[in-house]
Design a protein around this ligand. Structure first.
Ligand SMILES: Nc1ncnc2c1ncn2[C@@H]1O[C@H](COP(=O)(O)OP(=O)(O)OP(=O)(O)O)[C@@H](O)[C@H]1O
Ligand SMILES: [Mg+2]
Length: 583
């Protein structure tokens, strides 16, 4: 995934593709808002006609004609209003449909780069925020704002002084909007950050439910949450105070202005410069002109939230857009080459593994041993593409991992992580990695190779058993064996297992050894990390990784002395034929 926010032509095209059609809809909404606003002059005109024509002439037919006309215009206005709000709701839904899958894609990518789950899931909420705002009253007000001049011109033609007064009022209200924007913007950013902190704590508490209960520190966990919640509340209150105050001030100002228009109108009427009907018309028109300002200020917070969410989504989409999909390559079958790779923790940039090189041929199995925190899992993260390499390359049949399409490469790599977590789905779906219409034989083969077929068929629903969140319906050993079946599914060329035997019993370990032998026999490559030597029964090569370096690589019998004790020989004693020594 390209991380750059820079707008390359390819990305620009991608973005244009996503928002295609929206420009036309916005223009349509703008025009329909114009019609609505012109039609909204009906009230003013009607009153003016009633006062200045119907009342003075005393003609009932005139009154009836005027009223019928007004009703007709009101109906039209209402109709257009309905169309506008329905279009807005649909724009929201359409945007959601296009962006939600992309946002979710980013959400499931972010944890690999050190983001918390809550922060990652924010992207999904961003989509909701944008859609929710488009369905609210806010956007209608924003579309009405540019049509304010219609009323100002109308009032101006009735009397320039009244036009000037309304214009001044509108100006003051607009300034208020800008000030409230400036004051709430920074606060919204920190409020959002505080919300993420709070949600991250809530998330971590929920995930550690067992530990909290067993050792009785739920109370303290709740206090920790409560503290973060308090900080969020303080900021939230502050920003609500600001927007609330501005909303109230603008409301009062608007009423003041309306009375001022009435007062000035009365003065002008006394001076015989204006008809009585025109006063009322002015008052109604000025109220209508300023209503959207009021509404916009009232909805300002939602608007800012939606805008920030939209910008985050836009950045996300831009970051996600890759220039071009690599060309399809034939399945790898010849080699796995690791060439002087250095790996840093994404996010912090701290180097945790440097200058590792080795290569493996079909049928070879490599065991990786070494002390805790030595960098074994880190190495595996680079081999599977979970983490990008800082320098060097990992190549399958000569092609760098980046040259493979993500979907394709996934079929050629089997991965059993150190902490096995299964999907909230059936056993069948877990093993087949959600493949649509999977071949049942492939699933059973994988399960048999991992030695779990008998265990699965003994379950009441067999392969259709639902596993629940994170596969909690299974024991740790069962999860590990199912994870192995998932890794073996479809006979991938490279199978990488991170401590596959940490929860296995004797029978499970025997199945694991058999699985590794099976991979070698069919010409696959196995890499297995182990603390317990029993997992290494079927491997011929062993590497030692410690302190962020690969210090030895060679034949098992050369590296490991007989017995359970694991010792390492210094790198210079490794047979030259096997190790590609770090430069
Ligand atoms: N997500 C991460 N963020 C920051 N540092 C990390 C992360 N993952 C690993 N590290 C650091 O990288 C170093 C190597 O960790 P790694 O998980 O590769 O060790 P390991 O050899 O697999 O250990 P173990 O045998 O305990 O599984 C450690 O110092 C660890 O602190
Ligand atoms: Mg590890």
């Amino acid at each position: 995934m390209a991380q750059s926010k820079e707008l390359t032509p390819a990305k620009r095209k991608y973005l244009a593709e996503l928002t295609r059609g929206f420009r036309g809809i916005i223009l349509f909404l703008f025009l329909i808002s114009g019609i609505i606003n012109v039609l909204a002059l009906t009230g003013s005109l009607y009153m003016m006609q009633i006062y200045d024509r119907a009342l003075t002439s005393g003609s009932i037919p005139t009154l009836v004609v005027l009223s019928t006309l007004a009703i007709g215009l009101y109906v039209f206005q209402g109709g257009f209003d309905v169309i506008r709000s329905q279009v807005l709701v649909r724009v929201g839904a359409r945007l959601d449909k296009k962006i939600a899958p992309l946002a979710h894609r980013v959400a499931i990518d972010m944890p690999r780069f050190g983001f918390s789950t809550s922060e990652s899931l924010e992207r999904g909420r961003d989509v909701d925020t944008v859609r929710g705002f488009l369905g609210s009253q806010g956007p209608a007000a924003l579309f009405d704002l540019p049509w304010m001049p219609v009323y100002l011109i109308f009032i101006y033609f009735l009397h320039p002084l009244l036009g000037a007064l309304t214009f001044a009022g509108a100006f003051v209200l607009a300034v208020l909007t800008v000030v409230s924007e400036v004051m709430t913007k920074r606060l919204s950013v920190s409020t959002r950050k505080a919300a993420i902190v709070r949600n991250t704590i809530a998330d971590s508490n929920a995930r550690n439910a067992d530990v909290l209960k067993a050792m009785g520190f739920s109370g303290r966990a709740v206090s920790r949450f409560s503290e973060a919640n308090g900080e969020h509340l303080v900021l939230q209150t502050k920003s609500n105070d600001i927007t609330g105050t501005f909303a109230a001030v603008s409301r009062v100002l608007r009423m003041l202005l309306q009375s001022a228009v009435l007062g000035l109108g009365a003065y002008l009427t006394i001076k015989n410069e204006l008809s009585a009907g025109a006063i009322i018309a002015c008052s109604v028109a000025s109220a209508r002109a300023l209503a959207p300002v009021d509404l916009a200020i009232g909805n300002w917070k939602a608007f800012i939230a939606a805008r920030m969410a939209y910008h985050r989504l836009r950045d996300t989409v831009i970051a996600l857009a890759t220039s071009d999909e690599p060309m399809k390559l034939p399945p790898p079958s010849n080699s796995l080459v690791v060439d002087k790779i250095t790996i840093a923790v994404p996010g912090t940039g701290q180097v945790v593994l440097s200058d590792v090189s080795f290569d493996l041929q079909p049928g070879q199995a490599l065991g990786i041993i070494g002390p805790s925190a030595g960098g074994k899992t880190t190495l595996v993260r680079a081999l599977t593409g979970i983490w990008p390499v800082l320098r060097g390359s990992v190549r399958l049949d000569g092609a760098d991992l980046g040259q493979w399409r993500e979907e394709d490469i996934g079929q050629h790599i089997g991965y059993l992580p150190q902490e096995v977590s299964l999907m909230d789905a059936t056993i069948e779906e877990n093993i087949s990695r959600f493949e649509p219409n999977p071949d049942y034989r492939k699933i059973v083969d994988a399960a048999k190779a991992a030695g779990v077929h008998d265990m699965i068929v003994k379950m009441p629903d067999g392969y259709r058993t639902q596993l629940g969140p994170q596969g909690t319906a299974l024991s740790a050993g069962q999860r590990q064996r199912l994870g192995l079946a998932r890794a073996l599914y479809g006979n991938p060329f490279v199978v990488i297992m991170d401590e596959p035997n940490s929860n296995l019993d004797g029978e499970g370990e025997a199945a694991l050894t058999e699985a590794i032998e099976g991979i070698s026999a069919r010409g696959g490559i196995t890499i297995v990390i182990a603390h317990r030597p029993s997992a290494l029964a079927a491997v011929e090569l062993v590497a030692i990784v410690q302190n962020g370096r690969m210090v030895a690589f060679g034949k098992k019998q050369d590296i490991m002395t007989p017995g359970p004790q694991i010792t390492s020989k210094p790198a210079h004693e490794v047979p030259k034929s096997q190790a590609r020594r770090p430069a």
